[in-house]
Design a protein around this ligand. Structure first.
Ligand code: IPE
Ligand code: MG
Length: 217
């Protein structure tokens, strides 16, 4: 969900206002994904590298996350949305970790769209965590299968489509392991400007892709 800062800058507003609008966009897209029958949607909310930002910006984003987790329960219930987490929960501020845990518990039995919040998430860190889980389970060497089985959400299928807003062509440490055969879609539209239309367009572009997984058709 990139481009919140640029969106605010273009409007002569504080970066935090961009994040506020970004939250509205996230809600729109979660709703659109739910209506489209998507089963899993991972939102890259906050990376392991985002702590480098100012205390003010980090604090604002964390406060937004907390508000979203707590305030949207009726919305999750109405739409059967299950909230999950990817990332290092131990490295989150305790109050955020608490809200996250509460939201996951409250929605654990919902069977609609699963929204995975990548929060304090880094792709490399997740791989290292997975290897450590395998070691802790007594494995001497790891296979691809073992690593996949030890990822943060091993029952969640690898992503089919990875959407990047705001026009940057990089992975930014997102789902490195899981993205091996994902289709990428880059849109120049800044995240706060994302509506159902951008999302539908991304899905349409995906449906025109030919997936070969290294084979031939
Ligand atoms: C994405 O928007 C939001 C987070 C990383 C939390 P940015 O804040 O990265 O926006 P730009 O890249 O400065 O425009
Ligand atoms: Mg950015």
């Amino acid at each position: 969900m990139d481009g919140n800062g640029r969106w605010a800058q273009q409007k002569g507003r504080a970066r935090t206002q961009g994040h506020l609008e970004g939250l509205s966009a996230a809600k729109r897209i979660v709703k659109a994904a739910s209506l489209a029958g998507i089963r899993y949607l991972t939102l890259y909310v906050f990376s392991t590298e985002n702590w480098k930002r100012t205390t003010e910006e980090v604090g604002f984003i964390m406060a937004l996350v907390k508000k979203y987790l707590r305030g949207e329960l009726a919305f999750y219930r109405e739409n059967g949305i299950r909230i999950r987490h990817a990332g290092d929960a131990g490295g989150l501020p305790p109050d955020i970790a608490f809200e996250l845990e509460a939201a996951m518990k409250e929605t654990a039995l919902f069977t609609g769209l699963q929204v995975i919040l990548a929060l304090n998430y880094g792709g490399r860190a997740e791989i290292a965590r997975a290897v450590n889980r395998a070691l802790a389970a007594g494995e001497k060497t790891v296979s691809e299968k073992t690593i996949s089985a030890c990822m943060d959400n091993s029952d969640v299928p690898d992503p089919d489509l990875i959407i990047r807003s705001a026009g940057e062509y990089r992975t930014s440490n997102f789902l490195l392991w899981e993205a091996a055969y994902a289709e990428y879609y880059v849109s120049p539209v800044l995240w706060p400007d994302w509506t159902e239309n951008e999302f539908t367009e991304a899905l349409a572009a995906y449906s025109r892709r030919e997936r070969k997984y290294g084979s031939v058709t």
